[in-house]
Ligand binder design. Structure first.
Ligand SMILES: Cc1cc2nc3c(=O)[nH]c(=O)nc-3n(C[C@H](O)[C@H](O)[C@H](O)COP(=O)(O)OP(=O)(O)OC[C@H]3O[C@@H](n4cnc5c(N)ncnc54)[C@H](O)[C@@H]3O)c2cc1C
Length: 419
């Protein structure tokens, strides 16, 4: 039986571990925290999963909150101008529901499942000098340490990384008494963007103490008018400051947040990081190498909610490649090929994130404007969050955008192209 060692018990590591265990592999997870410590630890990123990633969890029996957590079936995107005026909205349903489950509870339950299915779980903070020994114990060592320091062992891939500094500062709160916008009949994800200042994202969130609340994620452009949250220490104080900011910059949205309350004073997360793509392999010596997965090697800003979705899809892709490889050695060529195959998908995810983090190009404004008027365009746009390759090339290229818009709006230009 082939032995796989996985460092880190998070979104990608646990998914991969359980998938391989179910396919008959001998899997060991080495986690810096026990399941109980993860459960009782600080909040992590909200990790809203769109339908394709959720389906991968369902297939493994990991969608344990199907009947209890509020799933979303819609999107409400609102744009405002920096002078405090409302510009327009995009509303659409998604083709299938998605959900956001507190990762602390998710990982706690998944570790339990992993152990019940004879997975080996070791609590230890892996340091670089441990890795060579691990490569002797396992046929394959996968590093799924997220943003942990071990990720720095993987070299930054300059050609694939578009940023040198954080594009946003991130504040996430768990709140109650948030009013869904009247403009939508769906249980929605909402994204309010103020051009040049940042974004406010909310969605239903099933918190680890079984509280159905919402997460509120503020994405502030550093140095801009939303970048006002440094040095605050409590969830309550953060929320007060958020309300002030909304009243000032998005008065047209203030009513929705006016009565919001933080569910616990420590239900917040604040910080920033630089999005990066790293080379997926660390060669320890001429015979030994370790393989990176998830945020350790593809780290995106959460602006369009892709990190956890990507980590899940990457775990699924790696598991399939491991199984297809049979008894052959997991050498560096295999690792690079497995990553490159996944990059064919993820390059669109990364570009999608980068487009949202950048000032909107004229063709992007045309697409957003058209989506506010045309239900088919709104549907295509909103469902692209689930599968970003479907947004390309039209989200990226002015000519492709014109052609796409013309075909959807059935203009004479589109009709003549189709003849
Ligand atoms: C504010 C915020 C909001 C987000 N919202 C979304 C969203 O809506 N949708 C979405 O898809 N994604 C979202 N994300 C991103 C998502 O949370 C991550 O992309 C995802 O969890 C990455 O999975 P991973 O397996 O790579 O790492 P993680 O899930 O972070 O797991 C890494 C694990 O490795 C362990 N570890 C680290 N170092 C070591 C070590 N040396 N030894 C042993 N164990 C170690 C850690 O303790 C951790 O348990 C958000 C992120 C943030 C910050």
């Amino acid at each position: 039986m082939r032995k796989v060692g996985i460092i880190g018990a998070g979104q990608s590591g646990l998914h991969l571990a359980i998938r391989l265990l179910k396919s008959g592999y001998d899997v060991t997870i080495i986690s810096e925290h026990s399941a109980e410590d993860i459960f009782n630890g600080p909040p992590t990123g909200a990790t809203y999963l769109f339908s394709d990633a959720l389906q991968l969890e369902k297939e493994l029996g990991l969608d344990l909150w199907h009947n209890t957590a509020c799933h979303s079936t819609g999107f409400n995107i609102n744009l405002g101008t920096p002078d405090g005026n409302y510009a327009f909205s995009i509303n659409s349903s998604t083709s299938k529901p998605g959900v956001s489950i507190d990762q602390r509870m998710k990982f706690y339950e998944w570790i339990k499942l992993f152990k019940e299915n004879s997975g080996k779980f070791i609590v230890s903070n892996t340091v670089p000098s441990d890795l060579l020994e691990y490569t002797k114990q396992f046929d394959l060592v996968v590093i799924s340490c997220g943003k942990g320091p071990l990720a720095k062992l993987f070299t930054r891939d300059k050609a694939k990384s578009s940023r040198e500094t954080p594009a946003r500062k991130l504040l996430q709160l768990h709140i109650n008494d948030f009013k869904q916008p009247d403009t939508t009949k769906f249980t929605s994800i909402t994204l309010d963007a103020v051009m040049g200042a940042g974004e406010i994202i909310t969605a239903p969130f099933y918190q680890k103490d079984h509280i159905q609340c919402a997460f509120l994620l503020i994405e502030s452009v550093p140095g801009g008018p939303m970048d006002i949250f440094d040095d605050i220490k409590s969830g309550t104080a953060y929320l007060e400051k958020v309300k002030e900011m909304i009243r000032e910059l998005l008065p047209w949205r203030y009513e929705a947040f006016e009565n919001a309350e933080i569910i616990r004073d420590d239900a917040f997360l604040y910080g920033s990081f630089v999005p990066v793509v790293r080379k997926p392999v660390v060669q320890l010596n001429s015979n030994a190498a370790v393989f990176g997965i998830g945020d350790a090697v593809i780290l995106n800003d959460p602006i369009v909610g892709q990190g956890g979705n990507n980590a899940t899809k990457m775990a699924d892709a790696y598991a399939k490649a491991i199984i297809a490889h049979g008894d052959k050695p997991f050498n560096v060529d295999w690792m690079n090929k497995t990553f490159d195959d996944f990059w064919e998908y993820s390059k669109h995810v990364n570009r999608f994130c980068d487009i949202f983090l950048s000032p909107p190009a004229p063709h992007m404004l045309d697409i957003l404007g058209a989506a506010s008027q045309n239900a088919e365009i709104a549907f295509d746009f909103v469902n692209g969050f689930n599968h970003p390759p479907s947004l390309f090339p039209w989200l990226d290229e002015p000519k492709a955008a014109r052609q796409y818009l013309a075909s959807r709006m059935k203009t004479p230009e589109a009709l003549s192209q189709n003849q």
